[in-house]
Design a protein around this ligand. Structure first.
Ligand code: 5AD
Length: 351
């Protein structure tokens, strides 16, 4: 079956690939799914050991110039309470995280014009100067090649930009006309060319998603070979057109996560906050199915509730650094090692 997956990917047989994904998501027996998860875990362990890499997530701004139809912080949502962190707040969040042991900081935010190249470069430079043993990951949406290049030049190591869906028509049903898959794809390839460790990814059960669009996602990931892949369930937000139309499934998310792990053995794959937000056992299920990253929230607590991508998003307890000691214990109880090192992708060598 696993050989079949790689054969389908290399021959580009999308219809059969869609059938295979559907089989595991809908028809496979409990035992078959369990074996899939075990196989994915085994592959992860062979590449990285039974380790979970920790990243400190700093949500720097929920201002966004885009109107992605599914997203709670889209520009058109008048109910969103907007905030942004300034340089000092970002640096002190890093300082707090560094003290706790984090060696990767993820600066994530909407596409906020305030964060010019100049401001971002200054922030990145200062983080790298103060915490020279740490990696900086950015997740700030689509920018130009030149902009990405400047950010890389200032010291940023990694960039997360989910492709959301690799099917052009599906992309157009989730995004306004100003956004298109071609540009998203260009951004990801630009980032790779510049030298970033790159993260792509998508939501599971996003509106209009089919097994065929999922097969497109798999083909796209197979071609891009990203270093990281973010996969989480779609969760409707009340202030979007998709309010109430969700079909939340942690089991399906976990099956897809395992298939992606099998396809990209060296990828860094988080057990996402979204997965844990729909299933109290989500984190555990993800980690037992091939995920190897957790991203506890380091954002100053007063702003956390405002970074509302979807309804009932978790940002406290074990999703936050305040719960870190308990979280570490949970990881150990699962037989995994909590790893606070930079946790770079296998193919990246740092001296
Ligand atoms: N449900 C789940 N994930 C979402 N995201 C945005 N809105 C939602 C939602 N309603 C994800 C997108 C984006 C990432 C930051 O959050 O995939 O890339």
């Amino acid at each position: 079956m696993y050989n079949e997956l790689s054969k389908l990917l290399s021959t580009g047989d999308k219809n059969t690939l869609a059938e295979l994904i559907k089989h595991y998501c809908e028809n496979a027996s409990f035992e078959e799914r369990q074996n899939l998860a075990l196989h994915a875990e085994k592959i992860r362990n062979e590449v990285y050991g039974a380790r979970v890499f920790f990243r400190g997530l700093i949500e720097v701004s929920n201002y966004c110039k885009n109107d992605c139809y599914y997203c709670g912080i889209r520009k058109g949502n008048k109910n969103a309470i907007r905030y942004r962190l300034d340089e000092n707040q970002i640096l002190s969040s890093c300082a707090m995280g560094h003290k706790m042991g984090f060696r990767t900081f993820v600066l994530q935010g909407g596409e906020d014009a305030y964060f010019t190249d100049e401001r971002l470069c200054s922030i990145i430079y200062k983080i790298k100067n103060e915490f020279s043993d740490s990696a900086v990951t950015l997740s700030l949406g689509e920018r130009s090649f030149d902009s990405y290049k400047k950010l890389f030049g200032a010291g940023a190591d990694r960039y997360l930009l989910r492709h959301e869906t690799a099917n052009v028509k599906h992309y157009a049903r989730l995004h306004p006309p100003q956004l298109n898959f071609e540009n998203r794809k260009k951004c990801l390839y630009d980032l790779k060319e510049i030298g970033f460790q790159v993260g792509a990814g998508f939501m599971v059960n996003s509106p209009y998603q089919t097994y065929k669009t999922l097969a497109d996602d798999f083909m796209f990931l197979h071609n891009l070979q990203p270093h990281m892949v973010g996969i989480g369930p779609f969760i409707a937000h009340k202030d979007t057109r998709f309010a109430g139309v969700e079909n939340k499934s942690s089991d399906k998310t976990v099956v897809i996560l395992s298939l992606v792990r099998i396809m990209l053995s060296k990828a860094l794959i988080p057990a996402t906050t979204a997965l844990n937000s729909i299933d109290t056992k989500g984190r555990e299920k993800g980690l037992r199915a091939g995920a190897n990253v957790l991203m506890p929230n380091l954002t100053p607590t007063i702003y956390r509730d405002n970074y509302n991508l979807y309804d009932n998003k978790l940002s406290v307890g074990l999703e936050s650094v305040q719960g870190i000691e308990i979280l570490k214990k949970h990881i150990e109880e699962l037989g995994l090692i909590a790893d606070f090192s930079r946790g770079d992708h296998k193919d990246i060598n740092f001296i």
